[in-house]
Design a protein around this ligand. Structure first.
Ligand SMILES: C[S@@+](CC[C@H](N)C(=O)[O-])C[C@H]1O[C@@H](n2cnc3c(N)ncnc32)[C@H](O)[C@@H]1O
Ligand code: SF4
Length: 429
């Protein structure tokens, strides 16, 4: 399989490991958390009102009783961290899912109150929302809880594609939801769209780009449809006779969208996101070190990466009986930390070589100079006065690369957690 061959080659040359395996071990968190100068927090809400056939995220159908138990368990997890964190400032906070807005009126307020009470919060909230939840009352509630950055999963701008994706609203309703959000005074409203949908034409992609820009959100994130093998879409491998769009077709579609977004004054702020100039961007956790709360919450603390169990029941039971919800962890060598750092800085589209030196005390050129030169020859990025900037071509291929890794990794993790909430060992590659 060429995919496996490329993955193995990159793993050996970039991270120097024969295999990457997560183990069922709880890392020593005390000294790691107590030495933090700042951190980010991710909170996972694993509930949705319906399950979309293409969705790779950890979620299950919303049920009010389970959501209430989940809220109590998250509060226990917050308390456990609060003891160890002390006064370290939290400078980035992201609530993702699933659909966080399912818990807007059933437990989210209590979780946020505890977080603001026990952690040293120095930031506002970024949160994902579903178009069907974006009524005036919910928008006010979200704002009153401290949400200043909002992302709405619009996904498609033609009703036939919304139906294929089993999204429970029309284009007209999605547009109205975005307008209500942009009229509500948030710092940044992001609209998500997916392209390369089953049977989608170039003209439809162009129309979707035009319609999104006309809604005037502060930011647009455009993803090609990724097919994850463990989703209903991946299992069937086709919707309406559709096979995944090839690389060249996706690339041409992304070019069409880039034309629409750049033409309307948006600039690229991550490999898939385009933000209006001068607007602070909506994004996931922005600081290098973070903890993840909730089922499947993942944490990265410099030399260790660890994951909570994906099982909502397993997560609730563990916390109710005083056990840790951490299911798997991976110790990271310096080479792995550097490779991870480089990946995320490129993903953010620009970084200075000096920031690598600040983080690792090493010369960037001596470590990655050759690789950056090769990527530069290929037109993926350029260097301007010590700053590395990703090109449009690089952004596209970065995602082809991510596709190659993440679909494989996420699939292995999912497969393991589906079979067993507390797997002993998961070999990622
Ligand atoms: C957690 S979901 C969105 C929040 C909310 N649950 C909703 O559906 O509106 C985050 C985003 O990931 C993107 N996404 C989900 N599955 C995808 C897939 N298979 N391929 C590409 N993008 C995907 C969608 O754009 C989606 O809005
Ligand atoms: S796309 Fe959103 S609503 Fe649909 S299953 Fe995934 S997280 Fe839930």
């Amino acid at each position: 399989m060429p995919g496996n061959f490329i993955r193995r080659g990159l793993r050996r040359s970039l991270i120097g490991q024969r295999e990457i395996a997560l183990e069922n071990a709880i890392p020593d968190l005390e000294h790691r958390l107590q030495s933090l100068k700042e951190l980010g927090v991710y909170l996972h809400i694993p509930f949705c009102n319906q399950i979309c056939p293409y969705c790779p995220y950890n979620k299950e159908l919303y049920h009010p009783d389970v959501a209430a138990d989940y809220a109590s368990a998250v509060i226990r997890e917050i308390d456990a961290y609060a003891h160890l964190l002390g006064k370290a400032p939290v400078t980035s906070f992201y609530i993702g899912g699933g659909t966080p807005t399912t818990m807007l009126r059933s437990g989210l307020a209590g979780i946020l109150e505890r977080i603001y009470d026990r952690f040293n919060m120095r930031c506002s909230i970024h949160m994902e929302c579903h178009p069907n939840h974006m009524n005036e009352a919910n928008l006010k509630t979200a704002a009153s809880m401290g949400v200043r950055y909002l992302s709405i999963g619009v996904e498609a701008l033609q009703d036939r594609h919304l139906r294929t994706l089993r999204r429970p609203y029309t284009v007209k309703e999605a547009i109205a939801a975005v307008h209500r959000a942009t009229d509500s005074g948030f710092e940044c409203v992001n609209a998500d769209m997916i392209f390369a949908l089953p049977g989608q034409t170039y003209a439809e992609v162009e129309e979707a780009g035009r319609m999104l820009v006309a809604m005037n959100p502060d930011q647009i994130a455009a993803y090609p449809l990724f097919v994850f093998p463990y989703t209903p879409l991946g299992r069937k491998d086709r919707i309406n006779g559709y096979k995944s769009a090839g690389v060249l077709r996706r690339r041409k579609m992304l070019r069409i969208l880039e034309g629409a977004f750049y033409g309307a004054g948006y600039e690229r702020t991550s490999s898939w996101a385009f933000t209006r100039k001068g607007i602070p961007k909506y994004c996931s956790v922005t600081v290098p070190l973070y903890i993840g709360l909730g089922a499947s919450g993942s944490s990265y603390l410099r030399d260790v990466f660890y994951l909570n169990t994906f099982s909502v029941g397993g997560y609730i039971n563990a916390l109710n009986s005083g056990r840790s919800p951490i299911a798997l962890s991976l110790d990271l060598t310096e080479q792995m930390q550097m490779a991870g750092w480089l990946y995320w800085r490129i993903y953010e589209t620009r970084f200075t070589k000096a920031s690598f030196n600040e983080r690792f005390g090493k010369d960037f050129d001596a470590t990655y100079g050759k690789l950056i030169k090769v990527l530069g020859y290929m037109g993926f990025l350029g260097e301007y006065d010590g700053e590395i900037i990703l090109s449009d071509r690089g952004a596209f291929w970065l995602h082809a690369f991510e596709d190659l890794f993440s679909i494989n990794y996420v699939g292995r993790l999912w497969g393991s957690f589906k079979a067993e909430p507390w797997p002993q060992r998961v070999i990622l590659c």
